[in-house]
Design a protein. Sequence first.
Length: 140
Amino acid sequence: MKSRFFQRVRVAWVLSTIVPCGFVPAAERIDTSKLPPPANRSNVTYEADIRPIFEKHCFKCHGSEEKPKAGLRLDSREATLKGSREGKVIEVGQSARSALVHSVARLGDEDHWMPPPGKGEPLTAEQIGLIRAWIDQGAR
Ligand code: HEC
């Protein structure tokens, strides 16, 4: 009797810890305090600052080829703003809430780290800071 009671308590406890987590959307599990800070610079632009980073690290898979990965092209400002098949990857003015920033900072689900592990060098904190400043300043 007693052991069955404890078994139920244990089952309930296990369920209460596992089940709710399964429903928390990925974005809410991201600890944005771990993001590198935005670069302390004004007038960050796609053409001068961001395109060269994307060209070196992302165009291989998100360039102008026939079938860009996830339907996402990063080879122009407009395409970057448009996003992927799933929707927007940056929130203009809010870099800490932008999926693209989470992916290059390697926060959240490893499946979404960019470039994918083993497929290219991770971006540096400086590069991520520049992308953040660009988004925060209106993605011009
Ligand atoms: C070797 C190929 C490759 C490289 C290089 C690469 N990606 Fe990706 N990217 C993918 C694949 C495959 C997916 C689809 C899987 C996924 O969503 O994680 C993807 C998906 C994404 C997504 C999510 C799109 C969505 O809404 O699902 C973003 C944002 C992204 N990449 C940004 C970048 C950035 C920024 C770079 C450069 C720093 C980069 N990627 C470099 C292959 C690549």
